[in-house]
Write a protein that binds this ligand. Structure first.
Ligand SMILES: Nc1ncnc2c1ncn2[C@@H]1O[C@H](COP(=O)(O)OP(=O)(O)OP(=O)(O)O)[C@@H](O)[C@H]1O
Ligand SMILES: [Mg+2]
Length: 427
């Protein structure tokens, strides 16, 4: 593929902040340099809240960066770009319009003659496998077919750049796999009227299946932490050792920079993970065939949860000192092995020890409670404090995690009704 001197799309030194409700600014993206070349599929992988959708909106010209520059086709972009289409997780299709009507809508703004609009809409419908469904209404279609209408609506304008925001993640496994395979076949045969694709995803396997290049985004703030080339020919075989090797590599790079350490230790975001899921994870790794060490992707397949939830779970085990994550493997620490081997009371004691040793927020809550006259503090006291460093969502997730862990460990109590922490006897 020829590589032009000028990339199709480019971000240079992009920074983006959002105003916080409590005042001040939340830094979401920092120092983002990204070049998208003609002819490539780039996958952007990152945890929830790392700023992936924000990057897409900036690339499309739908949101200006706070600092830095955005280029499309070599020119600075200062508003919605012509020549860029977006595909979302699910589409708001107009229920009163047929498939054809919904796809034609994508072209309405372009002022083409009606016959040309019709011709191109039928062509896009044909291409994406909706032939025969032109006059069906959205309610008559399955989720997968509706998503195909969304793709057709994005393709009909013949965009040079297609931005996909988790375009496959709302579909069931089989439907998603079919749509990916169809899309990749068209891409490989160069039948798609697009030059470049940027696909945002949580799913490591999907990134290795689809991308020529995988860009990893760290969290708090979102920064590009790594770029991994995928030099595999298409169609790719998930069971090919080279494919597995790349999945392992991405896993290990992602777990190396799990959540960016905060300058303020109590404000380090915590991954959502219930104590029962954590116990399940540690027990599974301890048991045969793993005996204390497991390949993360292999282990992930045993858990009926989404890839990013599984990573959060593994990350929680690491944060609590129950496991090490290295080179795409999880390995239980002596404390992790001890946890699995003991009964509930001992587990709670060990959990409390690990929590107070490794999670500064937990000891912080305890200290605050101990120094308060009534040994009580409202949840908002900590929510507000965390929001100085984290987004409101991340602050909530982090507080939820520490609350459920602290309750299990019985280091403090939490009253759901009053939304307050206390040192009341948790029993
Ligand atoms: N308009 C906005 N106002 C305030 N905060 C925002 C706004 N848009 C995004 N954010 C915040 O920016 C951060 C990044 O959001 P973004 O949606 O880009 O993340 P993401 O990586 O796409 O997450 P997910 O994987 O959950 O879709 C989040 O903390 C979010 O709350
Ligand atoms: Mg998003």
């Amino acid at each position: 593929m020829t590589e032009p001197a000028v990339p199709l799309s480019e971000l240079r030194g992009v920074r983006r902040t959002f105003p916080k409700a409590s005042g001040g600014e939340l830094l979401v993206l920092d120092g983002i340099d990204l070049r998208l070349e003609s002819g490539e599929i780039v996958c952007l992988l990152g945890r929830s809240g790392s700023g992936k959708s924000t990057i897409l909106r900036i690339l499309a010209g739908l949101l200006p960066p706070t600092d830095g520059e955005v280029f499309f086709e070599g020119k600075p972009l200062h508003g919605p770009a012509v020549g860029i289409s977006l595909v979302f997780q699910s589409f708001a299709l107009f229920p009163w319009l047929t498939v054809l009507g919904n796809v034609e809508l994508g072209l309405e703004a372009q002022g083409l003659p009606n016959a040309e609009i019709r011709r191109r809409a039928l062509e896009a419908i044909d291409l994406i496998g909706l032939d025969g469904f032109e006059s069906a209404y959205p309610k008559e279609l399955s989720g997968g077919m509706r998503q195909r209408v969304g793709f057709a609506r994005a393709l009909v304008v013949h965009p040079r750049l297609m931005l996909m925001d988790e375009a496959f993640s709302a579909l069931d496994v089989l439907t998603a796999e079919n749509l990916r395979a169809d899309f990749l076949a068209l891409w490989t045969q160069r039948k798609l009227p697009i030059d470049t694709v940027l696909l945002v995803t949580h799913n490591i396997e999907e990134a290795v299946l689809m991308g020529d290049r995988i860009v990893l985004l760290s969290t708090h703030p979102g920064r590009i932490s790594d770029t991994i080339e995928v030099p595999l020919a298409r169609p790719r075989d998930r069971f090919d050792p080279a494919f597995r090797g790349l999945v392992d590599l991405v896993y290990s790079r992602m777990t190396q920079t799990p959540i960016r350490p905060s300058a303020v230790p109590i404000a380090e975001a915590l991954p959502p993970a219930s104590t029962s899921m954590l116990a399940g994870l540690l027990e599974t790794v301890a048991a045969p065939p793993f005996e204390g060490q497991a390949d993360l992707p292999v282990l992930g397949e045993r858990f009926q949860i989404e890839g990013h939830e599984f990573l959060s779970l593994a990350d929680a085990a690491r944060r609590l000192g129950f496991a090490l994550l290295e080179a795409g493997d999880i390995q239980l620490t002596p404390e992790g092995m001890r946890f699995v081997g003991c009964g509930l009371d001992e587990r709670k004691r060990l959990f409390a020890e690990q929590l107070l040793r490794h999670v500064p927020l937990a000891s912080h809550i305890l200290t605050v409670l101990e120094t308060r006259p009534g040994k009580r503090a409202p949840r908002t006291r900590f929510q507000v404090e965390l929001e100085d460093h984290l987004s409101p969502e991340d602050a909530r997730t982090t507080l939820n995690a520490v609350t459920s862990w602290g309750r299990f460990a019985e280091i403090f109590a939490y009253d759901d009704q009053d939304e307050a922490f206390s040192l009341d006897d948790p029993g």
